[in-house]
Design a protein around this ligand. Sequence first.
Ligand code: FAD
Length: 499
Amino acid sequence: MSKIQNKTDVILIGAGAMSATLGALLKELAPEWEVKVFEKLASAGEESSNEWNNAGTGHAALCELNYTSEKSDGSIDISKAIKINEQFQLSRQFWSYLVNSNLIRNPQDFIMPIPHMSFVQGEKNVAFLKKRFEALTDNPLFQGMEYSDDPDKLMEWIPLIMEGRTSNEPIAATKIDSGTDVNFGALTRMLFEHLKSRDVEINYKHSVEDIKRTGDGLWEVKVHDLELGKTTYHTAKFVFIGGGGGSLPLLQKTGIPESKHIGGFPVSGLFMVCNNPEVVEQHHAKVYGKAKVGAPPMSVPHLDTRYIDNKKTLLFGPFAGFSPKFLKTGSNFDLISSVKPNNVITMLAAGVKEMALTKYLIQQVLLSNEKRMEELREFIPNAQSKDWKIVAAGQRVQVIKDTEAGKGTLQFGTEVVSAADGSIAALLGASPGASTAVHVMLEVLEKCFPEYMMEWEQKIKEMIPSYGVSLAENPEFFEEIHSSTAQTLGLNVKELAYN
Ligand SMILES: Cc1cc2nc3c(=O)[nH]c(=O)nc-3n(C[C@H](O)[C@H](O)[C@H](O)COP(=O)(O)OP(=O)(O)OC[C@H]3O[C@@H](n4cnc5c(N)ncnc54)[C@H](O)[C@@H]3O)c2cc1C
């Protein structure tokens, strides 16, 4: 039977925050290109990007202690924190550009100001936090950060966390008011609405089953229409695999050399949600703790004020766990089906090396609700079980690959994997996540469209003025950008306080 092929310029697989961002960038840089999207679920932003599936932190390293490690000489390495903060500034600028150009509206529906805090207990952790504060405080990107180990001050900042605390253990916190809560689900939906208005063809309930190279150098994508039960074939010059956890199996189908010797390690998550408005009202911050010894960075506990469905709520977690699924809506066979002859050694090596992590994740899955309440009580001593319920969060698939550190090394960041000729790219990994989507999608453009970058540079700088510039080294420029994006996105805390 002959196949009918539908030709297009660009295919985006998956309707999450990453495809949304790439689509929005491309529509500004090459508006004449024809773009198609295939998403297997019924609407946009339903997997990891959904507001209930992630923690909604605008990651700028203001409070996440895993981005500032202690060196062997006792000093604090802030290079990663600077990098992530700069990447978040790129997102703020692109979102501001979209708002200023009326391409998306009502930024308060997807971004809200909220203090970002780090909170630690015990002498060693207090000493670490103080050193971290001292290392960051003079850097322009972290201006306005405060430190305190005075219980009265902490009571003022975080009454819910301080109330009922009886231990004499030293405690300390840092606080910075320029943090944000980002509703990535709402943002993703807004971006897809915008793409629709720009004639992007968005096909929901369409699952991509296969990707092959054609004789004329295009990519052919086999798509199954889940409603009509029909299969169609589409070709494109460029394909972006933005399938979240579903990206690895699709990348493997491309057969490109860059897809070999890579595996995925799925980590599930659970949040505790507070549904008592009296408790919710007593807290106004995202408060990150320190990961327990042996726990992976993605399981750092935090107590967050969230703005979801125009309502303030509290989320605690995530509790990491083990599930063989690559997507929340995935299959129990995802992990086993991803083991191929070319990555079996990589996967086995990771299995041996990460035995302790696997054991930790399985133990986490088996925690009783009362045990989870005990962990919550380390943050809120007076927490009552009746006020909290458990919700399942999204899946993260951590990349496993062979590195200088050895075969089968688990990676905690994101990786853009692309063909040498730039005709196809996939995004793997989950951290720092959607906060840095603009930076990651600019990387996709640089890797896949080097021949257009000169032509596009001026437009990129119009949208993202700090593109290619270090803000940490240009404090005045940072100040200008930070205050103009705060103005556009409605993040000026003082102004809000007067409203
Ligand atoms: C527990 C948790 C907490 C997190 N907290 C934060 C946070 O605080 N801040 C932050 O910035 N990031 C956070 N993240 C990460 C963030 O959620 C992700 O980086 C981001 O949502 C990834 O977007 P995406 O578009 O790549 O994937 P997704 O949003 O998962 O979208 C992928 C889409 O592809 C579709 N798809 C998959 N396979 C196919 C196929 N074969 N055919 C068609 N469609 C397909 C899926 O249905 C899905 O809609 C967190 C993630 C988790 C799980």
